[in-house]
Write a protein of this length. Structure first.
Length: 272
């Protein structure tokens, strides 16, 4: 029996977009009974609306029973309007779990002063069970609250806990936003292949399969990324010629350092 199948009370999901939907699908696959799930979203995407209907999951009902966990997956920009509306559903025994970028524990505690609060940042590979989440708790979040949070989030991939909330903006910039950087790599590689003379469709396929295959190799291997890179690179070969450009003074390292710094800065700005 999984931890979620034995859960007492309701799991309420506020926000059923890409991330909320990925979490919901993960919970159902992990054995959380659909009867114990409630969703609040004024306009869920069609695929999520169909999932809710198929599983007879409560949508936008004001009576949810005892809420064991309230997961807030709305956009951080609308949080000041939405979060206060959720406070009636959370009591002293409700674990409030935020997956909003930038919104601090202090922001959440202002709406849920008596609840254990956990601020988290997952990423979109959660949709295929390959996400990773970073989580940080407030002082009210005891071992039971952490265990429940862990069970809910591990349905979509591993969870890393940090005690210092100041690390969350950097974690968001690396893992929360990181999938977009990888997708951009696939885009750019395909475009470069086309510029080098490959047919567009072939360049796109080669780039897509190369990026996803290299990611899977990295996932399965015990070797460091740097070692895997070295294993592909013959002295004075074609890969070495390319890496001389990518690893130059204004190359990939420098660009990613600037990109992560910009994302970290934006996360702090979202906190207000």
């Amino acid at each position: 029996m999984s931890a979620l199948s034995a859960l007492k009370g309701t799991v309420m999901l506020a926000g059923a977009g890409k991330m909320g939907g990925a979490l919901l699908e993960g919970w159902l696959k992990a054995g959380l009974p659909a009867a114990q799930v409630a969703v609040r979203d004024p306009s869920p995407p069609k695929e999520i609306a169909d999932l809710l209907q198929t599983n007879k999951i409560s949508l936008n009902e004001n009576r949810a029973g005892e809420v064991a966990a309230l997961i807030i997956a709305v956009k951080p920009q609308v949080a000041p309007d939405v979060v206060p509306q959720l406070s009636p559903f959370a009591g002293a025994n409700t674990v409030v779990i935020s997956v909003m970028a930038g919104r601090t524990i202090a922001f959440l505690e202002s709406a849920f002063p008596s609840s254990p609060v956990v601020r988290t940042i997952p990423n979109t590979p959660a949709a295929i069970g390959r996400g990773i989440t970073v989580a940080t708790p407030n002082q009210r979040a005891d071992s039971a609250a952490r265990a429940l949070t862990d069970a809910l989030l591990r349905s979509t991939g591993p969870v890393e806990w940090v005690e210092d909330e100041a690390l969350m903006d950097a974690a968001t910039a690396v893992s929360g936003s990181g999938p977009a950087y990888v997708f951009l790599l696939a885009e750019a590689l395909a475009h470069a292949g086309e510029k080098a003379g490959l047919p567009k469709a072939l360049a796109a396929k080669l780039a897509r399969e190369t990026v996803s295959g290299a990611g899977e190799l990295l996932y399965r291997s015990d070797l460091e990324a740097s070692k895997l890179r070295e294993n592909v690179t013959s002295p004075n070969g074609t890969t070495a010629a390319a890496l001389k450009i990518l690893m130059g003074e204004n190359g990939f390292d420098k660009l990613l350092e600037e990109a992560v710094a910009a994302a970290t800065k934006r996360g702090k700005e979202l906190a207000g």
